[in-house]
Design a protein around this ligand. Structure first.
Ligand code: AVJ
Length: 325
């Protein structure tokens, strides 16, 4: 079924002007901020892939090991003739563990990602590894609404796969609103297979977001490089440093870019001033207790059916369904 020429793309890539508006708006705030989704340009996506292989970054390998251990139960939850929609598919490597087991049962696989080239590379690789699987990539910002391929009507159900604990990048209200949108998208009888990172010793968290090699620092600073290139700005990358701190008051890791001196930076026609020590907020990564996540999911209309964890309770994968409305 699959050859590179037949891999059709639904392209809803956000316009460059929304990036500009969001950056100008975010840098005008009292606490300067830029949404974490903008970390993932081509270089950012590559750096993130490297983060997932770091010794200190426990989530990816822990999630993969839970997948391998519990794959039969997950396959049973997903069922037959399901349309599997993956949000933020990235390099789709974890997906292979799932597809190795369920690809024959699926009606189709829809990887959704904001980084078009990364998406198309990954989708092409998946398509050639699973020649009988109908792969329909969608380039979109999955935090806003986007169309699913039309063949969705033929599916027995829709299951959204959302690994990586990216749900932790949303503040609580936004996370519930986002889960609510997933519930609407999959409809009654639909499901959500989601990776949810758990509360743990802050030292483990600190190490995971401040790796010794400095890959996370480069990932964070890449945002300024991207703004320089795409928005004609003049950030001095040597005058900002990466910081990631555990916020026990909020229950999250907060990632910042901190100005190391008083300076002003031009972005297009506008100028922004920074005091020494002033920061740009670039990411929250919330860590949940199982109860906290169940509460949020239920506010969005999901019921948690299964929770799988590793033997140290570092990470969880949860299966939730939408009942009849
Ligand atoms: C995959 C988005 C959940 O928050 O751990 C990794 C992103 N940021 N290191 C995370 C990230 C810094 C990652 N997410």
């Amino acid at each position: 079924m699959n050859s590179p020429e037949t891999l059709s793309l639904i392209d809803c890539h956000p316009s460059e002007s929304s990036f500009r508006e969001d950056v100008l708006d975010g840098l005008s705030r009292e606490q300067k901020q830029i949404a974490s989704k903008y970390l993932y340009d081509a270089r950012g996506s590559k750096l993130f892939d490297r983060i997932t292989t770091l010794e200190e970054y426990y989530p990816t390998r822990t999630e993969a090991s839970i997948m391998r251990t519990e794959i039969d139960a997950m396959a049973e939850a997903i069922g037959k003739d399901t349309l599997l929609v993956e949000y933020g598919s990235g390099s789709s490597e974890k997906t292979r563990i799932l597809l190795d087991r369920v690809s024959q049962n699926l009606q189709g696989y829809v990887p959704v990602d904001i980084s078009r080239d990364h998406l198309m590379d990954a989708a092409a690789r998946i398509a050639s590894s699973y020649p009988d699987l109908d792969v329909r990539p969608v380039c979109a910002d999955y935090t806003s609404s986007f169309p699913l391929p039309e063949f969705v009507e033929e599916a027995a159900r829709i299951v959204v796969y959302f690994p990586g604990s990216t749900i932790g990048n949303f503040e609580r209200d936004d996370a519930v609103a986002f889960l609510d949108r997933i519930a609407q998208a999959v409809g009654a009888g639909g499901g959500l297979l989601i990776g949810v990172d758990l509360r743990k010793d802050p030292d483990i968290l600190h190490a995971a977001y401040n790796d010794r090699e400095g890959v996370t620092a480069r990932f964070n600073l890449n945002l300024l490089r991207r703004i320089n290139r795409e928005l004609n700005a003049d950030f001095d990358l040597d005058a900002f440093r990466h910081e990631a701190v555990w916020r026990s008051d909020l229950g999250c890791i907060e990632m910042l870019l901190v100005s190391t001196k008083d300076q002003s930076v031009r972005v297009g026609e506008e100028t922004f001033s920074f005091e020494k020590g002033e920061s740009i907020h670039t990411e929250y990564s919330f860590k949940f207790t199982p109860e906290q996540f169940a509460e949020m999911a239920s506010e969005a209309g999901f019921r948690i059916e299964r929770v799988w964890t590793d033997d140290q309770d570092l990470f969880s994968i949860q299966y939730a369904t939408v009942g009849a409305w």
